[in-house]
Design a protein around this ligand. Structure first.
Ligand code: GLP
Length: 245
């Protein structure tokens, strides 16, 4: 779906998420959301906060799992995705603490494999993802599944591409050496297991990878292209990101 602006698009996506939450409330069930960081979802979160404050949308029945976290990373560091999610959404709505999950950037190397396995198990035990929100990296990555990630990949430690680290540099005081070399990411298979997947992309910079992901061959070279194989995936883009379609 192509929208005139990121703002119109974000409202439509927030509306869909709100409908899901309310539907699950009616059924007396939890809504299990997969959430993303990066600049793209910020406007969706802002709209959800508005709906909470002005329309009484409650997040009490929301259980969420974030896609990724840098490794290593302290939760209170400025660049942590833990902090990002609290500042951009969780601190402003009534989601109970304990209902949101983010991969732990402080886990010891010895415990990493177990942590990743437990993260997937928590998602399964919650009933699986009803909805997965995604951004897209300049190289086509989803979460931190860099090019080369297999469609069956599981939650794991990923070496970040140079281009990914360069794009993140500004968040780390402009110093590439300060950008972590690794991150924990939910695997492609878990992302694809969500009942609904919505990928957001704004701006011309994303246009080539969007065109390739939507119209090109499905390939590990562009992990976003795996969404072509999903029965209920939607790319939500503004006109600039759609310009090469
Ligand atoms: C990071 C995140 C991704 C996100 C990407 C794009 O790499 N791990 O999940 O999609 O950035 O970010 P932005 O939305 O700021 O372009």
């Amino acid at each position: 779906r192509i929208f005139q602006s990121a703002s119109d698009a974000s409202k439509a996506v927030a509306e869909e998420i709100a409908e899901l939450i309310k539907q699950r409330q009616k059924e007396g069930k939890n809504a299990i959301l997969g959430l993303a960081t990066g600049s793209s979802p910020k406007t969706v979160y802002a709209e959800l906060i508005r709906m909470h404050k002005e329309e009484g949308l409650s997040f009490k029945n929301v259980i969420s799992f974030n896609l990724d976290e840098y490794y290593p990373m302290q939760p209170d560091a400025i660049q942590s995705y833990w902090r990002f999610m609290r500042e951009q959404l969780f601190n402003h709505v009534d989601i109970p603490e304990g209902n949101y999950h983010i991969p732990d950037g402080t886990v010891s190397p010895q415990m990493l494999a177990q942590h990743c396995e437990e993260y997937e198990k928590m998602i399964e035990d919650a009933g699986g993802l009803d909805f997965q929100l995604l951004g897209i990296g300049g190289n086509g990555h989803i979460g931190f599944n860099e090019p080369g990630s297999h469609e069956n990949s599981r939650t794991r430690l990923m070496m970040l591409d140079h281009s990914t680290r360069a794009a993140a540099k500004a968040d780390f005081g402009g110093e590439l050496t300060k950008v972590p070399k690794k991150a924990i990411t939910m695997g492609v298979s878990k992302i694809l297991s969500a009942k609904r997947v919505v990928l957001l992309a704004w701006g011309e910079r994303k246009a080539p990878k969007i065109a390739d992901a939507v119209e090109g061959v499905v390939s590990e070279h562009n992990p976003a292209s795996y969404l072509q194989q999903h029965p209920n995936a939607l790319f939500v883009v503004d006109e600039a990101a759609a310009s090469e379609l």
